[in-house]
Design a protein around this ligand. Structure first.
Ligand SMILES: Nc1nc2c(ncn2[C@@H]2O[C@H](COP(=O)(O)OP(=O)(O)OP(=O)(O)O)[C@@H](O)[C@H]2O)c(=O)[nH]1
Length: 509
């Protein structure tokens, strides 16, 4: 077998053959003759056309895809198989892990159109957010309006929105901080006002109790229900204060008037009695100097008429003083009537003065509101009725005033254990009801048991003595508006059963 010709030899013969056959010196002719001379077979032709067809359908949306497509184009032009291979591997990797850079992705994302429903949801979110921000920052409101317009535009591009949202977000963070500072400031002011009321009404236990209640109710965290409570309490206080002021002003005016009348009358009496005394002295003097009886007779006449005048004046004074006295009594009766009216007004108020919890009227109103809310939202509502165990013994042993403090302690612990939406009312002497919105029956019973446990660790302290307060409770679910009073009755029956079965327990009814 002949040794293979060296490439330089093959190249020379190929050129000779090109000339002999009068072929134009194209790379294709040269390559074909080269293989003929070398006795080798030519490589298969490069499939440019099919590759171009593939090139046309390759994706080129993201920057990474665009870059790969350029490489593909270059490899086809160069008929460079390794280049094509790396392009295809690149496309395959794109599908598995993103090989693009962060900036590529940002660029791509910038061109993405937001799905219309998402854009609309964002626009609505902004719309709902605005009322919470107040109207102080007009630029923020403008930015929000611009963003909404952009979001509701024909094609909301992520790129443009991203920047606008970032700017808005930046400004929003300051506005939100401001709002929260304003809220905290207002709350502090509110508490200051309540403290002031408490200081001003030190002499009125009812107002004092209400003011304490206001302070407790306005302590964060606030909820709409608690704000509602603050509003109601404040109305009660204003109502009671207005009455009290009127009462005091009237009483003062009457006192002044009566005092002035007495002083005037006393002055007049004093004046007339000193005139009388002067007259008598003068007459006595003239009588002692008179030598004849006929001179004395007119003097006696004078004494008699002065005495008569004095007696008349005394009678008048007596009558006037009687009149003043009956007027004073009438005023007293009026003041008493006012006081009774005031007490009636207090009874119409919604809060119990001793414990600061709702009274019956307040409870009835709260019950109607909560039943309506529960029905509207399709949520459960429970009511619990609790009665302190052996309260009479506490009263008998420690005194009524300490018994009162025990009631206050129970109300305080209960309020701390309950959630802000739960409402406590004093239903009778040592009987309380609790409204538990959004609560299923077994959950309500658990809440009451938790309160019982809490009372075993938080003793009522009086003069160094630790007094354990326990209670028996009945719990039931309120079905609807018409069930309100029946529900309280059922809870009462449950409480009664709890007492009968040994006290300090909770019975569901
Ligand atoms: N200190 C105080 N005592 C009150 C008040 N209202 C009611 N009471 C007293 O609460 C006591 C209730 O007594 P009872 O009804 O016999 O009940 P109890 O001693 O708690 O016994 P059980 O309910 O069977 O556990 C009575 O002595 C009432 O005078 C109040 O506002 N303050």
């Amino acid at each position: 077998m002949a040794a293979p010709k060296p490439p330089s030899e093959i190249a020379r013969e190929t050129l000779k053959l090109l000339a002999q056959r009068r072929l134009s010196p194209t790379p294709e002719h040269y390559q074909a003759l080269y293989h003929e001379v070398a006795g080798t077979s030519p490589p298969p032709a490069f499939p440019v056309a099919p590759l171009r067809a593939i090139q046309r359908v390759l994706p080129a949306q993201t920057p990474a895809q665009k870059r790969l497509l350029n490489q593909f184009e270059h490899a086809v032009t160069q008929q460079h198989w390794p280049g094509l291979q790396s392009v295809l591997v690149g496309y395959a990797n794109l599908a598995i892990t993103p090989v693009s850079t962060a900036s590529d992705e940002r660029e791509a994302a910038a061109q993405v159109t937001l799905p219309p429903r998402l854009a609309e949801a964002l626009a609505r979110l902004l719309h709902n957010l605005l009322p919470a921000l107040g109207e102080d920052d007009t630029r923020l409101l403008e930015m929000a309006a611009e963003l909404q317009t952009q979001l509701r535009g024909p094609q909301a591009r992520a790129g443009a929105l991203e920047q606008a949202l970032a700017d808005f977000n930046h400004r929003l963070s300051f506005a939100a901080e401001d709002q929260s500072a304003i809220r905290a400031g207002l709350l502090t002011l509110l508490r200051l006002v309540f403290e002031n009321i408490a200081v001003l009404c030190v002499e009125d236990d009812w107002l004092h109790g209400q003011a304490q209640g206001l302070m407790a109710a306005s302590t964060p965290p606030l909820s709409l229900r608690r704000l509602d409570d603050v509003e109601r309490r404040l109305k009660d206080v204003i109502h009671k204060q207005a009455n009290a002021r009127e009462h005091t002003a009237q009483a003062q005016a009457q006192m002044r008037e009566l005092l002035a009348a007495f002083i005037e009358r006393l002055a007049r009496m004093d004046e007339s009695s000193s005139t009388y005394h002067n007259q008598l002295e003068q007459c006595a003097e003239r009588i002692s100097q008179a030598s004849r009886p006929q001179d004395i007779a007119p003097l006696l006449e004078e004494v008699i008429s002065a005495t008569r005048a004095m007696a008349l004046s005394t009678r008048v004074a007596h009558g006037e003083l009687q009149d003043l006295r009956s007027r004073a009594e009438a005023r007293h009766a009026e003041v008493e009537q006012l006081r009774q009216e005031l007490d009636r007004a207090s009874a119409q108020a919604r809060h119990d003065p001793l414990t600061g919890s709702l009274n019956r009227k307040g409870f009835d109103e709260a019950m109607s509101r909560e039943v309506a809310r529960a029905q509207r939202q399709g949520r459960p509502l429970c009511v619990a009725l609790l009665d302190i165990d052996d309260f009479k013994a506490i009263n008998d042993r420690l005194g009524h005033a300490t018994g009162d403090q025990a009631l206050v302690h129970l109300a305080d612990v209960t309020r701390q254990v309950l959630r802000p939406q739960d409402q406590l009312a004093r239903y009778g002497g040592e009987e309380f009801v609790i409204l538990l919105p959004d609560t299923e029956l077994d959950e309500a019973a658990q809440i009451m048991r938790r309160l019982q446990r809490e009372l075993t660790t938080r003793y009522f302290l009086t003069e160094g003595e630790r007094v354990l307060i326990t209670f028996s409770a009945g719990v039931t679910r309120v079905q609807d508006e018409s069930d309100s009073s029946d529900a309280v009755r059922r809870a009462d029956q449950g409480m009664y059963l709890a007492k009968r079965s040994g006290k300090n327990r909770v019975v569901t009814a």
